[in-house]
Design a protein around this ligand. Structure first.
Ligand code: ATP
Length: 291
């Protein structure tokens, strides 16, 4: 896993931390009054080499909110999720998750780049479902779900098995627990991946184009599971998808990203049916033409 201190870009994180510590203390006081968001990006910059992928991004998600990110290829959508999951670090700015800095630690009233132990703790707040399932191929379905609760959360095998039973039932796969991933369809594998993420009891679920590597006839079963989660659970959900109809159904808010910034955001009907910004209109028009 990346450690910001060992990363090529770490100097930019360190240089700005004092400024950011002051600014974020002020920001924290202001937002506490308005009800604390569970995720907050403050002027986050992410670069790959010379390319700026997130451009001083300000972005918030409130507890229990279901937020969908849409936007053209390369606009930084997946990068937002990967940064939250601590798979990519940031070059500048600060991110708060459940009120704590994600990529920084507070030491003597200042924010300094976080160490691995802090990142490991913060990661427990989030579960992520990837486009490519990322199941362990040599483990049964049940073991895929119990592995992290046992290894990371140090649950007993019995407790982890109880969680596996519960979440495999929730995704409709109780009868597949002894199979290996290669014996399942793509839709079933993705549902195992959802059960695996839920078994860690995260506060926040991140979905990165969860249906885009599935055959069209398998998309519905995965979307149904995600929709049920959205409707029946108090989870905070952040979803990157090209399934516009689905985004409309499950989201409290849709954010249109372009060039590493939020161009437009609001209620799904407003953004997807009556977009105000020319770039959003253009994107949706070409999207409709292609689908
Ligand atoms: N590890 C990496 N190294 C170099 N460049 C990267 C890396 N990851 C992403 N990028 C680049 O960063 C930009 C944003 O990528 P990102 O995956 O966040 O876009 P996206 O909006 O999710 O696009 P898509 O809809 O195609 O998945 C792209 O130009 C991509 O090529």
């Amino acid at each position: 896993m990346n450690n910001p201190i060992n990363n090529d870009n770490s100097s930019t994180v360190t240089d700005k931390t004092q400024d950011v510590a002051v600014a974020s203390a002020e920001g924290a006081a202001a937002s506490a009054a308005a009800g604390e968001p569970i995720i907050r990006f403050e002027k986050v910059v992410k670069k790959f080499g010379e390319v700026t992928v997130l451009d001083e991004l300000d972005f918030e998600v409130r507890k229990g909110e279901k937020v969908t990110i849409i936007g053209p290829s390369g606009s930084g959508k997946s990068t937002v999720l990967r940064i939250l999951m601590t798979l990519e670090n940031i070059n500048d700015g600060v991110i708060y998750v459940t009120g704590k800095p994600l990529w920084h630690e507070e030491k003597n009233g200042e924010l300094v780049p976080a160490g691995e132990a802090h990142l490991r703790e913060m990661r427990k707040e989030m579960g992520m479902v990837f486009q490519q399932f990322n199941l362990f191929p040599h483990m049964t379905v049940r073991r895929n779900v119990t592995e992290a609760p046992v290894q990371v959360l140090k649950l007993s095998k019995e407790e982890a098995n109880e969680r596996a039973d519960k979440y495999l039932e929730l995704v409709g796969l109780s009868d597949q627990s002894d199979k290996f991933p290669s014996q399942l369809s793509g839709g079933q594998q993705q549902r195992v991946a959802i059960a695996r993420a839920l078994a860690m009891h995260p506060n926040i679920m991140l979905f990165d184009e969860p249906t885009s590597s599935l055959d069209p006839e398998l998309v519905g079963e995965v979307l149904n599971v995600i929709q049920r989660l959205a409707e029946e659970h108090d989870l905070t959900m952040l979803l990157v998808t090209h399934e516009m109809q689905f985004a409309k159904q499950i989201s409290d808010r849709v954010c249109f990203f372009d060039k590493g910034k939020i161009v437009e955001q609001g209620a799904p009907d407003d953004v997807l049916t009556h977009p105000q910004e020319p770039r959003t209109q253009e994107f949706l028009k070409s999207f409709i033409e292609q689908h």
